[in-house]
Design a protein. Sequence first.
Length: 243
Amino acid sequence: MNKVIEQMLNHRSIRQYIPGKSIPEEDLDLIIRAAQSAPSWINGQHYSIIGIKDHARKQKLAELTKNPYVAECSIFFVFVGDFYRVSLASAKHGTPFRAKSEEDLLLVAATDVGLACQNALTAAESLGYGTVCIGGIRREFTEVSKFLGLPEFVIPIVGLCIGYPDTNPKVKPRLPKEAVYFEETYQTDTLPLLEKYDTEIIPYSEREGSIGYTERLAKSYAEPYYKGILEGLKKQGYLGGNR
């Protein structure tokens, strides 16, 4: 097995960091360059990265996301879907930006962000740092957008903590390959595989209350996970909204 794949298979989410330690600028530059090397739709690179180093600002984002480790990590990256650059290009060339009301923009933004974030995560871990992705950046969507000074057509999608690990958790087992990889057509008869995984993941799920995979999913999606997203998207100019 080559070292790249070995490292990827050894991924753990790190939620405890040694506070007060900064990451050298040369390492940050490598991580950012790796993120920028990710593929993107039409090479549009429809994302930006906002790095938060200031402790008070990290503390505020820790409160907004309800993830205390945001304040402890060395740097917190916020990956934002970014079509503001498209609006600039449209204005420069005198063309309409009619696609701004299309739902597909959200899929493009989320995909480009996800690819860039994963590249950054992999690069950071290859340098010995710990990481954890923070979906809670969308919890207070509008307030986070204001806090970060996001212009029209820019939205917060995911955060990434990077820092010096102060814990060494075990690698969590993943769903069996047969539950996520299908050949030629989608397979729906996967419940037995999910039930088997329920028993395998429980010893690793103390943070979620030692419950199985299916129960956690059912509870998580019984109600909308984060409220106010649609309103926030429209405030940022998406889905036909405006500011």
